[in-house]
Design a protein around this ligand. Sequence first.
Ligand SMILES: O=P(O)(O)OC[C@H]1O[C@H](OP(=O)(O)OP(=O)(O)O)[C@H](O)[C@@H]1O
Ligand code: HPA
Ligand SMILES: [Mg+2]
Length: 174
Amino acid sequence: MSEKIRVLLSEEEVGKKIREIGEQISKDYEGKTVHLICVLKGGVFFTCELAKRITVPVTMDFMSVSSYGDETSSSGVVRIVKDLDETIEGKDVLVVEDIIDSGRTLSHLLEILKQRKPNSLRLCTLLDKPERRVKNVDVDYVCFNIPDEFVVGYGLDYAQKYRNLPYIGVVELS
Ligand SMILES: O=P(O)(O)OC[C@H]1O[C@H](OP(=O)(O)OP(=O)(O)O)[C@H](O)[C@@H]1O
Ligand code: HPA
Ligand SMILES: [Mg+2]
């Protein structure tokens, strides 16, 4: 089986929207330092591009999580594969993700982070697939709502490939 990639959001569209969201975040966090938490691996490209568009002081940390349990009865529990290096207590935390799909990863991750007493905790995602939601997640900043299609690029993978595409594409199997 081979796969083709159809462009859903071009590099220009994605870049423009990230600049806009970066401006909005800079306004909302005026006078503060925003502590970005990148959710590895998917969030890495978006986090880097977004960080460059934020004009208030930025600090960054990285976390890696993995879902476990079998596909049909996923409990939504996520295991921390790599934890943050620094405490988030008292910080203005902005979690940065590539996509919210079922919502399982982020609903669980946000619960974990809340317990660590940040001053504020918000979520920014490049893509949101609201049709697929199983767990409710409050998302503060969304670049694009997309239909229920499997997407790659800008950090998103298909079998670990295509993360490096500079645009968002839909995988078409043939
Ligand atoms: O809303 P959900 O249904 O939980 O899906 C979204 C999560 O799934 C993907 O990560 P994945 O666990 O595949 O790991 P990766 O980021 O390393 O690719 C994506 O990057 C999100 O983190
Ligand atoms: O559409 C997607 N593409 C890649 N990874 C994902 N993880 C959840 N949804 C997706
Ligand atoms: Mg991920």
